[in-house]
Design a protein around this ligand. Structure first.
Ligand code: AP5
Ligand code: MG
Length: 221
């Protein structure tokens, strides 16, 4: 199963993608997490991406498309994957459609997690991220067992640089201009489903699994 997560910054794409990944046993591929890991490691890709991310802008399409195409060609993606944060522009979506078509396949579901802008800014200021393993927490809605420490890997949690309110506003502008048109793109491809992302995380997940039509399916392990 090949799934795309759509939605504004902070809508809950990563939170839900992580759960879907566990339930269906397919890899969760977050372009944001890949960029952050590269920034942390000081790679050439990381240095390039940081200049855009810190300003709330998108990393150029050519850089991002090559990265994702390479990732989905890997062995662990042969039974499917969840793309979280990609595509984010119409040219990215067109590149993905073309590449999949050349392999005789296509995206099965594009899940739009719908949250209005008003709720996003408040939500983002409470998010805490682990830059080591990519896990996400919230100071109110998803607390770690020990304050400031990642449950999964024990690293310190931080407020992401791009989660500061001014940068979040810029990211929302970019979302409306460049990413929201993908909703129509995937509607026309007949793979779009929209879930109400303002509900609690469990209910959002239940709605997604219902929409995927796979309530009875559970992953092998
Ligand atoms: P990326 O990391 O993808 O950021 P984003 O899309 O802006 O989305 P976020 O990760 O901020 O939010 P999310 O929807 O995953 O929400 P989360 O689950 O964490 O990208 C970062 C940057 O990298 C971009 O700005 C861009 O510069 C660059 N980039 C990445 N991909 C690119 C691409 N394809 N092309 C070009 N550039 C690219 O949830 C948010 C918070 O809310 C958490 O604290 C969570 O615990 C909480 N929460 C989640 N669900 C709920 C709920 N139902 N109720 C209450 N709280 C909730
Ligand atoms: Mg995310």
């Amino acid at each position: 199963m090949k799934i795309i997560m759509l939605g504004a910054p902070g809508a809950g794409k990563g939170t839900q993608a992580e759960r879907i990944s566990k339930k269906y046993g397919i890899p969760h591929i977050s372009t944001g997490d890949i960029f952050r890991a590269n920034i942390k490691a000081g790679t050439e890709l990381g240095i390039k991406a940081k200049a855009y991310i810190d300003k709330g802008l998108l990393v150029p399409d050519d850089v991002t498309v090559d990265l994702v195409m390479d990732r989905i060609s890997q062995e662990d993606c042969k039974n499917g994957y969840i793309l979280d944060g990609f595509p984010r522009t119409i040219p990215q979506a067109e590149s993905l459609t073309r590449a999949l078509k050349a392999r005789g396949t296509s995206i099965d579901h594009a899940v739009d997690v719908d949250v209005p802008d008003e709720s996003i800014i408040a939500r983002m200021s409470g998010r805490r991220a682990c830059l080591t393993c990519g896990a996400t927490y919230h100071t109110v809605y998803a607390k770690p067992a020990k304050e400031g420490i990642c449950d999964k890997c024990g690293a310190s949690l931080v407020l992401r640089e791009d989660d500061k309110p001014e940068t979040v506003k810029q990211r929302l502008l970019v979302y409306h201009e460049q990413t929201k048109p993908l909703i129509d793109y995937y509607r026309k491809e007949n793979v779009l489903c929209t879930v109400d992302g303002t509900q609690d995380m469990e209910k959002v997940f239940l709605d997604i699994t219902k929409t995927l039509g796979c309530l009875l399916y559970t992953s092998p392990s």
